[in-house]
Design a protein around this ligand. Structure first.
Ligand SMILES: [Zn+2]
Length: 168
């Protein structure tokens, strides 16, 4: 599978959203969120390290696509802006320190309004945060979801650990 082609497609869709261009698909790009969420939850029940795979997909897209729209000097504000335009969720900042952040995501595509299934669901979004921030900060970043609608919370919360400088 050619990831680069998929990334190009995501980039085009995001730019269409930014520029208010109509989607190419006759029926539009909107689907009921619950259908997408059912697929996400269904995939997670397969086990076998699926969480890590989904996290890495998010991390790739964060690094290769989303980070293009994020301004290093206005990091969290511009990141929040693009997550909102891409309709992924509403990002809020709870804590920012040199080596650690706590970020909140409301209206998250993966878990908004899901029933309490007893587990966090937003590994894609955690990866997206890690990949985007890693690329912009040039430091190793790990994000773990600590609150999620999937376990009965009102919104997602991510603990973001920012580690050593990466030299690329
Ligand atoms: Zn969540």
């Amino acid at each position: 599978m050619d990831k680069e082609l998929l990334h190009k497609k995501i980039k085009k869709d995001i730019e269409d959203l930014i520029n208010n261009h109509p989607p190419e698909r006759t029926l539009g790009n909107l689907i009921p969120l619950s259908i997408f969420q059912a697929v996400r939850i269904g995939v997670l029940t397969a086990g076998c390290g699926i969480e890590a795979i989904i996290y890495n997909i998010g991390k790739d897209i964060g690094r290769e696509v989303i980070s293009r729209y994020v301004d290093r000097d206005n990091l969290l504000e511009s990141f929040a802006e693009i997550l909102k335009k891409a309709k992924i969720g509403i990002l809020e900042v709870k804590k920012v320190e040199e080596n650690e952040m706590i970020l909140i995501l409301k209206d998250c595509i993966s878990c908004h309004n899901v029933p309490n299934v007893g587990t966090t669901l937003c590994h894609f979004e955690a990866g997206l945060i890690a990949g985007t921030l890693e690329k912009k900060l040039r430091r190793k970043v790990n994000a773990v979801e600590t609150k999620c609608c999937g376990k009965g919370d009102e919104y997602c919360e991510f603990l973001v650990k920012i580690e050593d400088k990466l030299y690329w």
